[in-house]
Write a protein that binds this ligand. Structure first.
Ligand code: 6PG
Length: 240
């Protein structure tokens, strides 16, 4: 694989600052090398401050393209929309409107929306090229999910699609979702996994051990050719 490292931030503010820096460097390097930087964003509360700090930096914004790692089955203006949340966090950055490529979480046909997003990705990256994001952010849930690959659902093992529709989990109060699958996540040039708080310590440790991905879906991030950075605060990083 493309290497793996763990960075430990003293607190939430440093985690956000380091996260913004890593994303900014990946964007600048991609624009230098290929004239465009393609970024895929996760939702969740942890990356929000990093996105806000990123938006305040000076970057070749007009040469960036923004995609989503996962989306909840809600409209873009819904408070739980990952697209809506990231757009608010990035509001200060002068990114042209047509550079945002959101997943259609509000679609009544989520399987169709997943297939549509896959076609969009293939078209943006070039039909003959692999879909490899320059930087992709990830979180990890208390149940060890990453993106919308939830444990015990088989989702982490999907390899025949780039994008999947994930059924609702009513027992957990979760709406259906759209998500990038493991093969796309694994091939991103930089996979940035952000986690903070003592509550994430156990699942981070689990995800770093090899084993069945259906039990601990976040394990999928360690596969593939991309470089993996675990960006943790001190509480999430502590062993034991
Ligand atoms: C989402 C996410 C999800 C998230 C984790 C961690 O749509 O919720 O993309 O995979 O990254 O649940 O979330 P926190 O950062 O809020 O802990």
């Amino acid at each position: 694989n493309g290497g793996e490292e763990t960075l430990v931030a003293a607190d939430a503010a440093e985690l956000a600052r380091l996260g913004a820096e890593l994303i900014a460097r990946a964007i600048a390097a991609a624009v230098d090398a290929r004239g465009v930087a393609r970024v895929a964003l996760s939702g969740g509360s942890t990356p929000s401050e990093a996105y806000q700090r990123l938006a305040a930096l000076s970057l070749p914004w007009a040469q960036t393209e923004w995609f989503w790692v996962d989306e909840r089955a809600v409209a873009p203006d819904h408070p739980r929309s990952n697209y809506g949340a990231a757009r608010r966090d990035l509001a200060a950055a002068p990114i042209p409107e047509e550079r945002f490529f959101r997943m259609e979480g509000e679609s009544p046909d989520l399987a169709g929306a997943a297939a549509g997003y896959e076609r969009l990705l293939r078209a943006r990256f070039g039909v003959a090229s692999a879909v490899s994001f320059d930087v992709l952010t990830l979180g990890i849930g208390d149940d060890a999910h990453t993106a919308s690959l939830f444990p015990g659902t088989g989702a982490a093992g999907i390899e025949d699609r780039l994008v999947a529709a994930i059924p609702a989990q009513p027992d957990k109060g979760l709406e259906p979702r759209l998500t990038l699958t493991a093969p796309v996540i694994q091939e991103a040039r930089l996979k940035l996994l952000l986690a903070r708080g003592a509550g994430k310590r156990g699942v981070v440790a689990q995800a770093k051990l090899s084993g069945p991905v259906d039990e601990v879906p976040a394990r999928v991030v360690r596969g593939g050719s991309g470089r993996l950075v675990w960006l943790l605060d001190a509480a999430a990083a502590q062993a034991g």
